[in-house]
Write a protein that binds this ligand. Structure first.
Ligand code: ZN
Length: 212
């Protein structure tokens, strides 16, 4: 074997090792560790919530931000959808799908409004559906919101977040807007999730959910 072929083989082998290590290191599911539970109590997980920490999981995922840089994000979800979400976010990562931010909603004081304004992707939050007295599926950790600014929640009465008003017209097809051709939509659908953009009355373009 000539020297340069050997060096090339070594480089390929190193690249494979790095990609395997990256998957192992940056795509994980664990029980919610105590330091994360501390952040959640009284914020995304209020006293009297009808769900326990043992039903939830912490996911750590790598993703590409809007500048194309690799970031590490955290997601708390129901254990029943944790494997789906890990696979979906890994596929999104491999496709270099851009996500603005993936932080726990507790970093925003449990405020869905503040998280949406920051264009943050998040899953578990024990809260009501905006503008209603109904418990959201986010309360069970089976719903997730992706890039909320480009994919706002639109009803006949309001649009949130405020910045999302620029993206109500879905025919604009601007970057990061989710539609039926979007990889995000395709992956969530393949894993049995439904999309809020398909709802009849209000449209929640950021929202995917999988009921147990
Ligand atoms: Zn949602």
């Amino acid at each position: 074997m000539r020297a340069h072929s050997f060096i090339r083989l070594q480089a390929i082998f190193a690249a494979i090792c790095i990609s395997v290590a990256a998957y192992a290191q940056n795509f994980t599911i664990t029980p919610v560790p105590e330091e994360v539970a501390e952040r959640m109590r009284g914020v995304s997980l209020p006293d009297g919530a009808q769900i326990s920490l043992s039903e939830l999981r912490l996911l750590t995922v790598s993703y590409f931000d809007f500048d194309g840089n690799i970031q590490t994000g955290q997601i708390v979800s129901n254990a029943s959808v944790a494997r789906d979400l890990l696979q979906i976010f890994h596929e999104l990562y491999l496709a270099r799908y851009q996500i603005a931010s993936i932080r726990l909603i507790d970093d925003f004081g449990g405020s869905d409004d503040r998280s949406m304004e920051a264009n943050n992707t998040s899953c578990f939050n024990y809260r009501l559906v905006p503008g209603t007295c109904k418990l959201s599926n986010h309360s069970m950790g089976v719903a997730i919101d992706i890039n909320p600014v480009q994919n706002p929640f639109v009803t006949s009465r309001f649009t949130v977040p405020e910045e999302g008003k620029k993206y109500v017209d879905r025919s604009l097809k601007m970057p990061h807007m989710i539609d039926h051709d979007d990889l995000c939509f395709k992956l969530f659908k393949a894993h049995g999730f439904t999309w809020g953009g398909d709802w009849k009355n209000s449209k929640d373009y950021q929202h995917f959910e999988k009921k147990p």
